[in-house]
Design a protein around this ligand. Sequence first.
Ligand SMILES: *[C@@H]1O[C@H](CO)[C@@H](O)[C@H](O)[C@H]1NC(C)=O
Length: 170
Amino acid sequence: MKDTTSLVALSLVSGRVIGVAITRVNSDSDKSDTYNRVQNFEGNLEKIMSLISALMKQADAYKELECDAYFRVHILCVHPSYQQKDIGAALLNACVRVTSTLNLAAIGGVFTSGRSQSLALKLGLRLVSEIRYSRWIVDDQVVFDGTGKGNYSAAFMGMRVPSEESLRRS
Ligand SMILES: *[C@@H]1O[C@H](CO)[C@@H](O)[C@H](O)[C@H]1NC(C)=O
């Protein structure tokens, strides 16, 4: 967990946590993409982890983003009663700025709902790789069959980010 960072959005009115982004610097050399060091997931969490592992393998993030380290957004979530208020966009935007500040070449993350995917697109992240829920079949069964209208796939999305250093030079 040594490189784990997290960003928290607080309500100015109540001071309550209304959104959180859990992030980490992923680098090619320490193979931090895979979750195989943690084998104790059970039930739904295990199902989600195996989907994300397959997606990450398929995505080939370092090659696609042309880097050997990138800022990975693991979890981006906003309290349901604040979802209309661009908190997600603000958090993801803050992640992009942190990427630049850390002089990392790229940002990337797995987005599992239609809403979060369009948010990422809006901020400039592009689709690198996706697995459609209807095609994710284990033991002849569609594993995620109740994802709802608009939620069709888990997508790894990312983009290169200019470093703060290079911005200062130009
Ligand atoms: C799509 O996924 C989001 C996030 O998991 C969820 O809140 C939403 O209810 C889903 N949409 C539908 C129509 O079920």
